[in-house]
Design a protein around this ligand. Structure first.
Ligand code: IPE
Length: 242
């Protein structure tokens, strides 16, 4: 029963302050994960990845051939990844870091290739792989941003995951009147009500998240930190997508 869980960058960092971890939120998330098995974790960029990507004008579609720029973005993400892994280890989780830049690529049509065999092997041996949004080498564009959401979708398919959870800063996807939508089964149905994230986000905010998650076979939930335990216990907090 494999679960892929995204910890949103805006959950574990203070998104408006460059490279600032939300220690309390991260500690709570780590403690909640502690008793659960067969879990692959992906975390977002928050105030670590997005500020650097923004500064260098790099997005999921705009690339750069400037290696220093991509080292900046990747370096920030690996710093955050080390902090997340350490918090999980302190909570008793057998966490191991996985850095997508080293193994992922996009072709000229922007199709992502990410070999999931190593992650699968980690899960089989009882480890908790911890991946992150990153840079990705992109044919003819140098390197673009690989969002944690895209990675979640790719991992869920590659691992044939049974469940997908996206722990975000909001308790679910809101409709126009501010109520949490229970279920979303098509993008058109919600496109008008989804606005972008309010902080710097190079990968599309909630609309991009929903669009990416709609393609998945596995049941997917979007919820906030308060919903994390319920999700890991098999419940359906927040918004069901798919
Ligand atoms: C962004 O990942 C990664 C980089 C900017 C390098 P995400 O787009 O998944 O991050 P959050 O969760 O929205 O912060």
């Amino acid at each position: 029963m494999t679960t892929v869980l995204k910890l949103g960058g805006s959950v574990i960092t203070e998104k408006d302050v460059p490279e600032k971890v939300d220690d309390e939120a991260l500690r709570m998330a780590a403690a909640t994960l502690a008793d659960h098995e067969d879990l692959a974790v992906v975390h977002g960029g928050g105030s670590f990845g997005h500020h650097h990507a923004d500064r260098h004008g790099v997005t999921t579609t705009e690339g750069t051939h400037d290696a220093a720029a991509i080292r900046d973005i990747h370096g920030a993400m690996t710093r955050l990844n080390a902090v997340v892994v350490e918090a999980l280890v302190e909570a008793g989780v057998a966490a191991l870091p996985v850095h997508p830049l080293s193994v992922a690529r996009r072709d000229a049509e922007a199709t992502l290739t990410f070999p999931t065999g190593g992650v699968h092997a980690m899960l089989s041996e009882g480890f908790v792989p911890v991946l992150h949004g990153d840079g990705v080498v992109h044919a003819d564009r140098g390197t673009t941003v690989l969002s944690g959401d895209e990675l979640v979708v790719h991992l869920a398919e590659g691992l044939d995951a049974d469940r997908v959870g996206v722990c975000s800063a909001v308790e679910g996807v809101y409709d126009g009147s501010g109520a949490v939508i229970d279920r979303i089964d098509s993008f058109e149905a919600v496109a008008d009500t989804l606005d972008g994230s309010d902080a710097t986000d190079v990968s599309g905010g909630m609309a991009g998240k929903v669009r990416a998650l709609l393609g998945l076979d596995a049941p997917t939930q979007v919820f906030d930190l308060d919903g994390l335990e319920a999700f890991l216990e098999g419940g359906e907090p927040g918004t069901h997508i798919g």
